[in-house]
Design a protein. Sequence first.
Lengths: 177, 199
Amino acid sequence: MDAAAPSLLAAIATGLVVLVFARALLHKLSDLTGFRATLAEYRLLPQGSDGAAAMALIAAEGLTLATLLLPVARPLGHLAAAGLLVIYGTAMAVNLLRGRTRIDCGCGGSGQALSWTLVGRNAVLTAATLAATAFPVDLDLAQATVAVAAIASFWIMLVLFEQLVGNHTHARLSGQV
Amino acid sequence: MTALIIAVSVLWCLVVGLGIAVFALARQVGILFERVSPMGALITDSGPKVGDASPRFELTTMAGNSLSIGGGASRSTLVFFLSPSCPVCKKLLPALRTMRRDESDWLDIVLASDGDPAQHAEFIARNDLTAFPYVLSTELGMGYRVSRLPFGVLLDTQGRVRAKGLVNNREQLESLFTAKELGVDSIQTFLGNMAASQG
């Protein structure tokens, strides 16, 4: 029973990261104009390159998603996911340090302004996705059912957490206008 | 053993259900926040601040009428900066048209932009905006330090800036008006009073 634990945890982490990136990709694809505008507001890229950068990020996320879902390529997918999460977290941190706290994070889900909590969320997800590279995923039906239930639970908790962070950020920023 | 499995399954279903319910509640709170306090996704820190008197502008509309902005008027004024090439602006046009009708007892809406008059004339015709005063003025945009579109500036009857910011969706547009509806001199005062009374 205990031998299955790392595999189960790895499966849960993989499932969670897959959902995170699937949501992010859908969010970008469903509002490309908005995403380009969000990218431009980060002010980290040369002027006028937000179109190309947007396409590049969409391609990167799509590739990450595909490799995560293929059992043979999964560890590579985790590394790619970790890389993207670190890039996004750094971009947010740079702007937070610049004092540009009122720009949209562009994370997916309902929009919210930047906050250090989001950077922390990225750090935790990065740790989870890197840890998952260490273990193979090999589950029987019962374990797979548990994994699916756990992924769904963690996903709801993540979405709920982000909504609460967004509410808090909004309340905080509104008091300062 | 079976009882244990059933127990765990039931508990898990409840946990997931509760998680969804709490998320729905948090979402509702978030929507309330959006309605109560104006927070455009990007608020420029430059230009006249909320509470300051607006600079005065004497302009001529596309229809040839003279228009005065910032000097005080019988109704509040929403100056809405847009551009024919701005897709989010176009998304908000239906909301603006509705608002012009529904809020006309206390609000005038002015559309502001800059550039080639012929292009704007075509834009006005194609989008049924002839009822709006439409001004082309570089100095108006610079006076409010408008750098991104769509941008809204709400002036009260004394010509003071009551709210301003980037407007990304209809809710943010409506939230610019909430100060007037609540009858407080500013949302900031209202939120400040709320915070003070909670200690």
